[in-house]
Ligand binder design. Sequence first.
Ligand code: GTP
Length: 294
Amino acid sequence: MYRSGFVTVVGRPNVGKSTLLNEIVGEKISIISDKPQTTRNKIQLVYTDRDYQIVFLDTPGIQMPKNKLGEYMLKISKETLEEVDIITFMVDSSFETGRLDNYIIKELGTIKTPIILLINKIDTINKEDVEKLVLKYEQMNMFHKIIPVSAINGTNIDLYIRTVKDLLPEGPQYFPEDMITDQPERFIISEIIREKALLNLQEEVPHGIFVGIEEIKKRQEQDLIDVFATIYCEKESHKGIIIGKNGRMLKTIGQQSRSDIEKLLGSRVNLQIWVKVEKNWREKEAKVKYFGYR
Ligand SMILES: Nc1nc2c(ncn2[C@@H]2O[C@H](COP(=O)(O)OP(=O)(O)OP(=O)(O)O)[C@@H](O)[C@H]2O)c(=O)[nH]1
């Protein structure tokens, strides 16, 4: 019997959801950063084995909505929860359940989909504390299974995969086995650039940026691909910071991005990045859609 199904990983920002998916698939596709809120799209990763296929949906970190973008993110997260076969709820063992965890737990309580709880980052705490955490969550009586893991070290990830597999319903192989993501290159490239910007910029800028990819074009008869991108920011002052003194910051972001994009496309790349101010883009719902979060 072939088994297959859709699995989503939810949890508050920064718990390690992208790290988990990358560990499972073994490829760096979703964006990883130590700053919260880096995953905005549903990223689909596909894990195929001889007798089963797991399709992962990486939902945006659920957060109490503060603006239109926040509301939008919460909505897609909830929609995903109703649609999938298995929910994976990830918490971070290095801090207490906070207001947002409780909020997510309340939301999950209203949904019938089976939930696997992953207590992540157990490499940062001792064994007794892990056991205490497991007990605490067992008392909630809402999880199909509770698994302490370390996404970064790969600890107990095999147990997690087996648990998922056992819960999967009978189903077809939805995607070809060599497929690991359905995200177009354009999106992955924009995420690579955004990741490099997040890594290099100071706290006050990153979450107000969006990267648009204008064009990806292969030059005729040359092993060279031109990529034209724009970093949109919310303030004139941010534009200055992103460009940097004598264009140095933008150059660094560009060089680091180019190296990753070349690996992705398997070709030499000429990357041109512009910086534009687009005031309050987060507040404008129409813009949010226009920018492709659907
Ligand atoms: N010590 C430790 N750190 C981890 C582990 N898993 C993830 N991290 C770190 O936690 C930070 C956040 O990880 P992400 O995978 O980006 O978290 P996320 O939940 O996808 O975050 P959002 O995309 O913002 O929702 C990164 O710095 C990771 O390296 C783990 O098992 N142990």
